[in-house]
Design a protein around this ligand. Structure first.
Ligand code: SF4
Length: 199
């Protein structure tokens, strides 16, 4: 259950939500956090919230990534897609659970997100301190349109949060129902379902 109101009310729905998915949702044992390879752009206000909770987060991270001064790079991205208008990037380094591969500094040896694990400990619910864009991937909202992110998998070694499965392919909006409900709420997902029926 989310600890926040849905952040994207009033969006429109991109047609790619209704396309068949490649398969079902990935499993962490298989993907091992593949989508975390490059870190994430985080809204400045959310990054400040993370840093305000640094003491509570540190114990949940690998020892080499417990220094809050090294959690974010100096890169900045101006975009109206960020509530504050400005995003900053999480840093990356060798993964604690797979040092041959790069990954976000918040990745833990078991491939889970340290911000998510810390949030559970703090009773923040979901997504808590985990950036909402991470929690929504492989969906995103840009310029008021809820859609499947078709660009990022190309920069993430193909990580699209799906695994090959036998049988009929369900539409993306069904496979990623949780992500849509996070973005626009349970009633919002029902609106997407209604839009699918009217197509
Ligand atoms: S913040 Fe968490 S979910 Fe997002 S890229 Fe980093 S480890 Fe992955």
């Amino acid at each position: 259950m989310s600890d926040q109101p849905p952040p994207y009310p009033g969006v429109t729905f991109h047609p790619n939500l209704f396309r068949p998915a490649r398969g079902e949702r990935c499993l962490l044992d298989g993907c091992r956090g593949a989508c975390c390879i490059n870190g994430i752009w985080v809204d400045l206000w959310h990054a400040q919230r993370i840093l305000q909770n640094a003491l509570a987060i540190q114990p949940f991270l690998a020892p080499e990534y417990q220094n809050p001064d090294e959690w974010f790079t100096t890169d900045e991205l101006e975009s109206d897609d960020f509530p504050s208008g400005l995003g900053i990037s999480t840093a990356v380094g060798p993964r604690p659970g797979d040092p041959a591969r790069q990954g976000c500094v918040f990745l833990r040896p078991d491939h889970t997100c340290g911000l998510q694990v810390a949030s559970i400990s703090l009773g923040f619910g979901y997504p808590g301190l985990k950036p909402v864009d991470c929690a929504m991937y492989p969906l995103l909202v840009s310029e008021g349109v809820l859609q499947v992110d078709e660009q990022s998998p190309g920069n993430l070694g193909g990580a699209d949060c799906q695994r090959d499965c036998d049988g009929p392919k369900r539409p993306m909006y069904q496979v990623f129902r949780e992500e849509i409900e996070l973005a626009i709420g349970k009633d919002g997902w029902l609106e997407v379902d209604k839009a699918a029926a009217e197509r």
